[in-house]
Structure formats: C-alpha cells, structure tokens
Design a protein around this ligand. Structure first.
Ligand code: GDP
Length: 323
C-alpha cells in the first residue's frame, strides 16, 4: 500500500528536499502550510500537483487534528518552526508558541487522532548553546543560549516524553548547519558561493566577511533529509545527531569557493568587523558515531563537493537571470 507522509514546514529548505525524496520513494505527500506562508511557495513550485497542501497552523490544535484526520499519515515530519535566531530575541513568546508549544499541540493531535503514526521532530544543535564538550553527542547536556534554542530543547524533551509516556513512535534528529542552493544569502555558506560566482561573472567586485577563523559543521541538506527518513524506517524509535562530523573554517570555505571559479580569494576578500559575532569560542560539531553505527548513515557529499555544487548552481542561476 502507498505510504502517506505529512510534512510541516514544507515550504522551507528541508521540507522541499524531503518532499522530493518521499515522492521518489512513492509516498503520497501532504504538506501543512500556514495561510500566511502560502504566498511563499518558491521552493516547492516544481512539486505542485504532486504534493497535497493542507491548511493548518501549529498555533491551532483543532486545525492540526483536522489535518491529521484527513491525511491519515503513516509518517509525520515536523520541520516547521520560527527558526530565525535574532527574531527569537525580539519575539521570544511567539518563538515559543511555534517552536515549543507547537510541538506539544502536534504530539497531542497525534495521540488523539493517529496513534500509530511515526513522528520526526527537527531538533537543532542550538540546544547545545555553549556546550561542555566538543564534539557533542546525544548525551551532551543542553545549555541553549537563545530563545530559539530554549524552545527547541522543550520540543525535544516533549517528543521523548510522548514516546515514554504513551509509547508513540517519536524521534528527534539533532541537526547541525545544513546548506543547499535553496539556502538564503544571509548565511555565510551561500553568501560566499553566490558572491564568488558574481565576482567571476563581473557582477561584484569584493566580498566582505566577519571572522574567517570561525568553524562550523556543515552538511548538505539532501543528506540530512535522507537521515530523517531513515530514522523513521527503524523498528524502534530513537534520537540521533545528524551532522557531517567535521568542522571547516570560513577561510576554508572561501578558498574552496574561489578555487571553483579559478580566482585567488585574497584578491577579493576583506574582513569587516560588522560581521563579527560575540563569543564563538566553543565549537559546535556533532559526533555521528551513533547514527553511523546504528543506521549506517553518513553524508554522501563531502565539504568540497558541497561547495562545488553550490558555486555551480549560483553560476548557472546568475548566467540565466543576469542578476
Ligand atoms: P549560523 O550562525 O550557523 O546560523 O550560520 P551563518 O552562516 O550565519 O554563520 C556561520 C559562521 O560564519 C559564524 O561563525 C559567523 O561568525 C561566520 N561568519 C564570518 N563572516 C560572516 C558573514 O559575513 N556572514 C555570516 N552570516 N556569518 C559569517
């Protein structure tokens, strides 16, 4: 029988890649979409007709119950949240409503309407905040440092509590930064790949960056969504870190991106203190031992391959649109 999946956050980077993966695997895919975000369907316009959009909101319990009753999903992936960290400081209560309580409402709706559905919760490395150890494992203490991280920590533990209390099949995937051509240029990865492409094409002259020594654990969003799917195919639910397991510096990234377009980065890059962050002393990097050993998952794309595919995408896009 055809499997059915419901994705919240369908219009985001991960939601769009996950929908593609599930369609390839023959699923019937439903997407929960807020009315206010339904104007922003860019990332899924190529999927229209294949994905059934259902209107609902994580702030509204009855809409979630209706959507679950109507779609009867075998698997539910909660990728929706208020995920922009600076906004979580200016709107902390709204962030908690979506990112924390929204998950309570969703879990409660599953318990009431579709107890046998498998549930994936998108946890984030932001739950670790300023961690005591590096790399982090599934057992590292949570010390979130912003309202978004705090809300994600609540959602993480509620997901585990529903598994323990009600025996639901619920899992948390703790993802680190993951990138793709669908990522916005405010993030450093895409900022660098798109600016390198612009410079190559004569559309920009320079690239201003903050701390070149800052290090991140970057992986490809397509690899990350595959891990999400894999987690729900197991006999028993469990929680896993989804990461590359490696760190690279912003300087590595710049060097690699400019190499891809055949330019010397030192001729174009300058450091602007405006892009510096406060304390970045502790490294966020995930240990992927558990997911590697238990699920046989590891990223298919290396750091270099990811940089290359993003630069190529940006070159092609700029050549086609000329802007
Ligand atoms: P996030 O902080 O993981 O959400 O991702 P970002 O892509 O915004 O930042 C990644 C790292 O790049 C951080 O450690 C920043 O300090 C560093 N960085 C250096 N220069 C820049 C820049 O120009 N823009 C951004 N966004 N980050 C920069």
């Amino acid at each position: 029988m055809q499997k059915r999946a419901l994705i919240t956050g369908l219009t985001g980077q991960d939601g769009s890649y996950l929908a593609e993966l599930l369609l390839e695997k023959g699923y019937q895919v439903f997407g929960l979409v807020r009315r206010s975000s339904s104007g922003n369907l860019d990332r899924i316009s190529h999927l229209s007709g294949n994905v059934q959009i259902l209107s609902g909101d994580l702030l509204d319990q009855s809409s979630l119950m209706d959507v679950i009753s109507e779609s009867q999903p075998d698997e539910i992936y909660n990728l929706a949240s208020q995920s922009y960290v600076p906004l979580s400081w200016t709107q902390p209560a709204l962030t908690a409503e979506y990112t924390a309580l929204g998950v309570s409402r969703l879990l409660e709706s599953i318990r009431r309407c579709k107890k046998d559905a498998k549930f994936y919760q998108a946890s984030s490395s932001e739950v670790f905040g300023q961690p005591d150890e590096s790399p982090q494992t599934e057992r590292t203490a949570f010390r979130p440092r912003n309202p978004y991280g705090v809300a994600k920590a609540y959602a993480h533990w509620m997901t585990i509590n529903y598994r323990q209390q009600y025996n639901l099949y619920t899992c948390c995937g703790i993802t680190y930064t993951h990138e793709s051509p669908r990522r916005g240029t405010e993030f450093v990865f895409r900022k660098i790949t798109s600016t390198a492409a612009m410079i190559k094409l004569g559309l920009a002259k320079e690239l201003k960056l903050g701390n070149l020594e800052a290090r991140r654990d970057w992986c490809y969003a397509k690899d990350a969504v595959y891990a999400m799917w894999l987690m729900l195919q197991q006999e028993k639910p469990d929680d896993y870190i989804i990461a590359s397991g490696e760190t690279h510096s912003v300087k590595d990234l710049v060097e690699c991106a400019f190499n891809c377009v055949g330019l010397n980065w030192q001729d174009y890059v300058s450091v602007d203190p405006a892009f510096y962050r406060p304390d970045e002393s502790v490294q966020l990097v995930g240990s992927i031992e558990k997911i590697k050993t238990q699920l046989d998952w590891k990223p298919q794309y290396s750091f270099e391959q990811l940089v290359e595919l993003m630069v190529e995408h940006d070159l092609k896009k700029l050549t086609n649109t000329g802007c």
